[in-house]
Ligand binder design. Structure first.
Ligand code: PLP
Length: 386
C-alpha cells in the first residue's frame, strides 16, 4: 500500500509532497523549489510562514487557544472591530471557511426576508459564480455542470448573466430577498463585475428594498489593491463575506453585515471553532498588516507591474487578453491547453493555476517582489514553449 492511499481522492494532485514554505517559495520532499503563484489558492496573503503570523500564533497559542464560542475572547473582539471599521458595516460573525461564511450570508438574508419582506427567500446569483461547496453554496454557485449534482438541490437561487443589469431587474419577484455576487469571479477565470455594474446593482437593490451580498472571499483583504474589492466602486453592500487571505494561511473567514440586517437570534448560527482566539489573533495580525495604506499601494503598483509584464508577454507570443485587478489576474490562452501549461510550469518549478482550459490565473502572495514577478515570467515563457 502506498503512503497516500488513505487520502480521499477529491482532486487531482501532482505526485510531489510539499514540506516547507517561505515567502513566495515552496519546497517538496525531494528538495525541489517552486515559485508559488497559487499560494494556497490565494490564501497565504503574506506568503508562506510570514513572521507576523508566526508571532501571532506563538503569542496567542501560549495564552489561550480555544475557550469555546460560548465565551467572548479578546482576539475575537479585536478582529470583529477591525473588520467592522474596514468594511463600514457593524456586525461580524467569525467562522472557518468561505463556504461557511457564505452559507451564513444566505441564512441571514433568508431570516431577514422572513422578518422584513413577507417571507421572501430567493437570491439572485450570477452564471459562472463560485460561492463554495456546501449544499446551499453549491446551489448558489453558477459553476457549469453543478446543477445536477447531489440532488435534491437547495432551491431558492435564480441565476443571471454577470454584467446584465436588465436580467437582474427581470428576475426580481416578490419572493426575491437579495442579489449575491463576487466583485471579480475568481474561480470562473477572473471575470470582473465592473465598478459601473456594481454601482448600478447597488442602486437597483436599494430601489427594490433588496439586500446586496458581496462574496469577497477571493477579492477581499487587499487582493485587488483596496482592502475590499467593492471599495473601488464606492458602494455600501448590506452583507460581505471574507475568507482565504484573512487567515494568512490558517482557516478563518467572516460574515460581516449591517446592523439593520443582523437579525440572527440565539441558536440560528454558530460552530465549535467560530471565533476561536488562535485563528482570530492571526486574523488581527493579517488585517493590521494588509490594511496599512502603503501595503495596499504596493499591492496596486505590483499588480500593475504584473499586468504590464503579462501583456508584454502576450503581445510577444500572440497570446490572449490579460484581465483582473491588483494581484488577482488571468492570462487567456485561446490557442493552448492551460492545464498542460500549468503542468509544464510545475516541472520547471513554478506553481500556477489553470481555472479553465483557456486561462492561467495568477494569485501570488501580496508581498511578492518585482524580482519574483520577473522570475515567474521567465519560467512561464519556458513553460509556454514546452
Ligand atoms: N467564494 C469564493 C469567491 C471563492 O473563491 C471561494 C473559494 O475558492 C469560496 C467562496 C469558498 O471558500 P472556501 O473554499 O474557503 O470554502
Amino acid at each position: 500500500m502506498h503512503e497516500l492511499d488513505h487520502i480521499m481522492k477529491i482532486t487531482e494532485r501532482p505526485a510531489s509532497l510539499m514540506v516547507k514554505g517561505a515567502g513566495s517559495w515552496l519546497w517538496d520532499r525531494d528538495g525541489k523549489r517552486y515559485l508559488d503563484f497559487v499560494q494556497g489558492w490565494a490564501v497565504n496573503s503574506l506568503g508562506h510562514s510570514p513572521r507576523v503570523v508566526l508571532d501571532a500564533l506563538a503569542a496567542q497559542g501560549s495564552r489561550l487557544i480555544n475557550c469555546s464560542p460560548a465565551y467572548y475572547n479578546e482576539p475575537m473582539a479585536r478582529l470583529a472591530g477591525l473588520l467592522a471599521e474596514a468594511s463600514g458595516l457593524d456586525q461580524v460573525y467569525l467562522c472557518n471557511s468561505g463556504a461557511e461564511a457564505n452559507e451564513g450570508a444566505i441564512k441571514l438574508a433568508r431570516k431577514w426576508g422572513a422578518r422584513h419582506r413577507d417571507g421572501a427567500f430567493e437570491i439572485i446569483t450570477m452564471h459562472g459564480s463560485f460561492h463554495g461547496r456546501t449544499l446551499a453554496t453549491m446551489a448558489a454557485s453558477g459553476k457549469p455542470g453543478w446543477d445536477d449534482l447531489f440532488p435534491p438541490k437547495v432551491h431558492g437561487f435564480r441565476k443571471v448573466p454577470l454584467g446584465d443589469l436588465g436580467a437582474v431587474a427581470a428576475a426580481i419577484t416578490s419572493r426575491t430577498v437579495a442579489v449575491m455576487l463576487e466583485p471579480i469571479q475568481g474561480e470562473a477565470g477572473v471575470f470582473s463585475a465592473g465598478d459601473d455594474y456594481l454601482r448600478a446593482l447597488a442602486a437597483l437593490t436599494k430601489e427594490h428594498g433588496l439586500l446586496l451580498i458581496l462574496d469577497e472571499i477571493q477579492t477581499g483583504i487587499g487582493r485587488t489593491g483596496r482592502f475590499l474589492g467593492y471599495q473601488h466602486a464606492g458602494i455600501s453592500p448590506d452583507i460581505v463575506t471574507v475568507g482565504k487571505g484573512i487567515g494568512g494561511g490558517v482557516p478563518l473567514a467572516a460574515l460581516i453585515a449591517s446592523g439593520a440586517v443582523s437579525c440572527f437570534e440565539y441558536g440560528d448560527q454558530g460552530g465549535t471553532f467560530g471565533g476561536n482566539p488562535l485563528m482570530a489573533a492571526v486574523g488581527c495580525a493579517v488585517v493590521e498588516t494588509v490594511g496599512q495604506p502603503e501595503f495596499l499601494e504596493t499591492v496596486a503598483s505590483n499588480g500593475a507591474y504584473l499586468m504590464a509584464r503579462l501583456r508584454g508577454l502576450s503581445g510577444e507570443l500572440g497570446l490572449g487578453e490579460v484581465r483582473g485587478r491588483g494581484l488577482l489576474q488571468a492570462l487567456a490562452l485561446p490557442a493552448q491547453d492551460a492545464k498542460k501549461v500549468s503542468a509544464a510550469a510545475l516541472d520547471h518549478g513554478l506553481l500556477i493555476n489553470a481555472p479553465r482550459p483557456d486561462a492561467l490565473r495568477f494569485m501570488p502572495a501580496l508581498t511578492v517582489s518585482r524580482d519574483e514577478i520577473d522570475e515567474m515570467l521567465a519560467i512561464l515563457k519556458t513553460s509556454l514553449a514546452a
